[in-house]
Write a new protein. Structure first.
Length: 118
C-alpha cells in the first residue's frame, strides 16, 4: 500500500514540475499574452466604418487587424458589435471569406475602388 502512495506522490510531483517548467520556459514560437504588440491605432467605430467605406466588397477581420495593429479577437468583437447595431452586415464571398460591408451604401466611395484597381 505504501508503494502505491509513494508512486502517486512521485507522479503528482513530476506533473507539477513539468507544468512549472512549461510555464517558466515556453517552447520556441509560443508567445506569452503580454508579448503581443500594443495597438498603434485606436480601434473605434469611426475607424472601422471609414475603412469599410473604402472597400465596396467589404472588409475582413484580417484587413482591420493590419490597419490597426489590434488583435484578431478584439477586431472580431468590435465588428460583431457594429453588426449587431446594424451598421455592418456580414457576408461570405465566393472564396468563403467573411466580409463585413456597410449597411449605409451611400458612404461607400467609388473613387477608392478605382485607385485600388490601378
Amino acid at each position: 500500500m505504501s508503494i502505491i502512495l509513494i508512486a502517486v506522490l512521485v507522479f503528482t510531483a513530476a506533473i507539477s514540475f513539468g507544468v512549472y517548467i512549461n510555464q517558466k520556459f515556453p517552447a520556441k514560437g509560443e508567445l506569452k499574452n503580454d508579448s503581443f504588440p500594443k495597438n498603434t491605432t485606436a480601434l473605434n467605430d469611426a475607424a472601422i466604418i471609414a475603412l469599410a467605406s473604402e472597400h465596396k466588397n467589404g472588409i475582413s477581420v484580417a484587413a482591420v487587424c493590419l490597419a490597426s495593429n489590434a488583435s484578431a479577437v478584439e477586431v472580431k468583437n468590435k465588428m460583431e458589435a457594429l453588426r449587431e447595431q446594424g451598421l455592418l452586415y456580414l457576408s461570405v464571398d465566393e472564396n468563403g471569406a467573411e466580409k463585413y460591408t456597410l449597411t449605409d451604401t451611400s458612404l461607400i466611395s467609388d473613387k477608392h475602388q478605382n485607385r485600388l484597381k490601378k
